[in-house]
Design a protein around this ligand. Structure first.
Ligand SMILES: NC(=O)c1ccc[n+]([C@@H]2O[C@H](COP(=O)([O-])OP(=O)(O)OC[C@H]3O[C@@H](n4cnc5c(N)ncnc54)[C@H](OP(=O)(O)O)[C@@H]3O)[C@@H](O)[C@H]2O)c1
Length: 324
């Protein structure tokens, strides 16, 4: 038996219930984990609402967590009982005290990476790493625009792009978020409630626009992003916190010869070698202080619904961790 957050129907935060669930013994290639910290991501909202059909109901949301191996199934040779690991998976279910998971998705945690930081950063940190280094080749001297720069991925993109040597322009929805984005390294912060983002970007870049635009907001910002990207630039549309981007006529890319991509981190880390490479790059960046966990909000796992409400109401900054 394990306690878990379970939903039987798609819907608002109120569908998340704290329940007992059955737990099978780990089968071949699996391990039983006791979760120590669980990362909350905006994708959990899409999954909860049914906007992303990634979960069979009844089911538990949650794509990432850290924990301790409590039992190993037949054939698992590279993990041991008592070992600390973290994971990101495409199959939801992390909102639970205990969970049986495939051994091949586990990343052993180094001693200097604590469980909460790992749970907070595995998905969002590897996303920032892949977006900057694989989807784009952000380099010193590039001017980049990061939407929702005070958010989980936003703070990481801001800090990492700054460390690369980019000039970083961040947007935030409201004034209280400005200082945190500046602390992460942004050169300019635009408050979307008060300022015209396109005009401010034009002013900051002397009319040239941004080499890369990283847009996880989606519907509400897509047109702004198109207008803010430079000639020969690249608009990276990687999320839809405000709703899905409507179908796009590719002719809109022609006037500035721009590239448009819609990347997802999961294919980038589907192969084990790629997963370990991305995780090691993230751990190295954490050690060097390039990125920080910035866990600004923790909630008991049983109160996951309250955490969802805060995230959707745009009242959070940085990372949110659920504690079993
Ligand atoms: N493609 C991938 O593989 C991948 C991986 C991880 C995350 N993502 C995406 O990255 C984005 C950020 O994820 P996150 O977990 O780090 O969340 P987050 O940025 O911490 O939270 C979302 C932020 O989006 C902004 N926002 C603007 N309009 C909004 C609206 N109508 N409703 C809610 N928020 C709105 C808010 O910031 P302001 O108030 O400051 O505007 C809010 O804080 C999400 O779209 C997520 O799906 C994609």
């Amino acid at each position: 038996m394990s306690k878990a957050i379970v939903q039987t129907v798609a819907g608002g935060p109120e569908v998340l219930e704290w329940r007992d669930v059955e737990l099978a013994a780990p089968a071949a290639g699996e391990v039983l984990l006791r979760h120590t910290a669980i990362g909350l991501n905006f994708i959990d909202v899409y999954v909860r609402k049914g906007a992303y059909q990634m979960m069979t109901l009844p089911g538990s949301p949650g794509m990432e967590a850290a924990g301790i191996v409590e039992a190993i199934g037949p054939g698992v040779t590279d993990l041991a009982v008592g070992q600390r690991v973290a994971y990101v998976m495409t199959v939801p279910g992390a909102y639970s005290e205990r969970r049986v998971v495939p051994a091949e998705r586990m990343v052993p945690l180094p001693d200097d990476i604590d469980d909460s930081s790992a749970a907070a950063l595995m998905l969002k940190g590897m996303t920032a790493e892949r977006l900057l280094h694989k989807t784009t080749q952000a380099a010193a001297g590039d001017t980049v625009l990061v939407h929702a720069a005070a958010g989980g991925v936003g703070l990481l993109l801001t800090a990492w792009a700054k460390a690369i040597g980019c000039t970083v322009i961040g947007t935030v929805g409201s004034k209280p978020k400005v200082d945190e984005v500046r602390r992460a390294g942004a050169d300019h912060v635009i408050v979307t409630a008060d300022e015209d983002v396109v005009a401010r970007v034009a002013e900051i870049t002397s009319g040239r626009g941004c080499r890369y635009v990283y847009d996880g907001v989606g519907k509400d910002t897509f047109e702004t992003s198109l207008a803010a990207v430079a000639k020969y630039g690249h608009l990276v549309s990687f999320g839809n916190a405000s709703g899905a981007v409507p179908p796009v006529n590719i002719a809109v890319l022609a006037p500035k010869c721009i590239a448009l991509s819609r990347p997802q981190v999961f294919p980038y880390i589907a192969e084990r070698a790629d997963l370990l490479e991305a995780a090691n790059n993230l751990f190295a960046a954490m050690r060097k202080g390039i990125v920080r966990a910035d866990i600004n909000h923790t909630f008991p796992l049983a109160q996951a619904a309250a955490a969802h409400q805060e995230l959707e109401a745009r009242r959070t900054t940085g990372q949110i961790v659920l504690l079993p």
